[in-house]
Ligand binder design. Structure first.
Ligand SMILES: O=P(O)(O)OC[C@H]1O[C@](O)(COP(=O)(O)O)[C@@H](O)[C@@H]1O
Ligand SMILES: [Mg+2]
Ligand SMILES: [Mg+2]
Length: 336
């Protein structure tokens, strides 16, 4: 059986289903090409001179890795001239990146975490790129896009996805009609549709959380994990398994393939911050994918996609994955 390429899938969606605007199709193609370039650099590792850190810090005060900066540049460069975007925003840039005047402008906004899982780069563990596409508000025609234009709820995302650079390089995508996965065929240089309907089972026996933060969690979070750890003889009546890769892309990819619940909750290390992960270019795109796959995503209190952003680099607590587990964690937070 001949498998579909990403281009064939997108053209089909555009033609037969009227589910995809031509500009969004082209935009996805450009992002996917940039991810191929990043994947190539990742696979070269030390041979390509991409390992290690720079002297610089990003806006979040995190030391930048060479690959963080390189991936950011690849995405900016690839998307600048396509004519589909009004502006871009990235984890690695303090403020938004306007499309230079020498290029045509479009009506979409692209947000990305160019390299997710930075702490795993040098140790050869799966990392990725996360992206989200919004429509620029209609009033922007005739004026410059501002940061405010990006501050839209996750429910307004036009599409979202990620590339995971692991044993295989894959691109996982939603255009609001389920979740599909493509595997990079390196010889052909093509993304091939290999996972045509990714779904997350409602129940699971696997959780992902950084347990080293346990003493800092809020009581509802501790309650949930304590109950999981109690296993068969505890209140849940079953044994749980735990995984923590420390690359959100790889952890979310696992639960899109076999279910599970992923959590990076608020903790008391920095009580003023709602969480570690970023709403606009980590939590929102992943929440759209998870919901489209039949799962759920909350910040422990409310649906992530319903949160009204107030800042580009806003952080958020994250609980996402198998629906019944996410609902349980959220219920424990409501009970206090
Ligand atoms: O090291 P920790 O605290 O467990 O954090 C791991 C989390 O941090 C992140 O690496 C943050 O992403 P960046 O690498 O893009 O900053 C997530 O991918 C991951 O879930
Ligand atoms: Mg990240
Ligand atoms: Mg990153």
């Amino acid at each position: 059986m001949k498998r579909k390429t990403l281009t064939q899938y997108l053209v089909e969606q555009q033609r037969a289903e009227q589910a995809l605007e031509p500009e969004v199709r082209l935009l996805i193609e450009v992002v996917s090409r940039a991810c191929k370039t990043i994947s190539h650099a990742v696979s070269k590792g030390a041979l390509g001179g991409v390992l290690g850190s720079l002297e610089s810090e990003n806006v979040q005060g995190e030391v930048q890795k060479k690959l963080d900066v390189m991936s950011n540049e690849v995405l900016l460069e690839a998307n600048e001239w396509g004519g589909h975007l009004a502006a871009m925003a990235s984890e690695e840039m303090e403020t938004i990146h306007l499309i230079p005047n020498r290029y045509p402008k479009g009506e979409f906004l692209l947000l990305f975490d160019p390299l997710d899982g930075s702490s795993n780069i040098d140790v050869n563990v799966s990392i990725g790129t996360i992206f989200s596409v919004l429509r620029a508000p209609s009033e922007v025609s005739g004026r410059e896009v501002t940061e405010q234009d990006f501050l839209q709820k996750g429910t307004t995302q036009v599409c979202a996805g990620y590339a995971v650079y692991g044993p295989q390089t894959m691109l996982i995508l939603t255009i609001g009609r389920g979740v599909v996965g493509f595997t990079l065929d390196r010889e052909m240089g093509s993304w091939i549709l290999t996972h045509d309907n990714m779904t997350i089972p409602e129940d699971t026996k696997e959780f992902a959380i950084n347990m080293s933060n346990m003493r800092h969690w809020a009581p509802p979070m501790r309650r949930y994990i304590d109950e999981c750890l109690a296993g068969k003889t505890g209140p849940r009546g079953k044994d749980f398994n735990m995984r923590w890769i420390a690359s959100m892309v790889a952890d979310v990819h696992r639960l899109l393939v076999r279910g599970g619940v992923f959590m990076y909750p608020w903790d008391a290390r920095e009580p003023g911050k709602p969480g570690k992960l970023r709403l606009m270019y980590e939590a929102n795109p992943m929440s759209m994918l998870v919901e489209q796959a039949g799962g759920a995503a909350t910040d422990g209190h409310q649906r992530i996609l319903d949160i009204q952003p107030t800042a580009l680099h806003q952080r958020v607590g994250v609980v996402l994955g198998s629906k019944n587990e996410v609902e349980r964690v959220t219920k424990y937070h409501h009970e206090g």
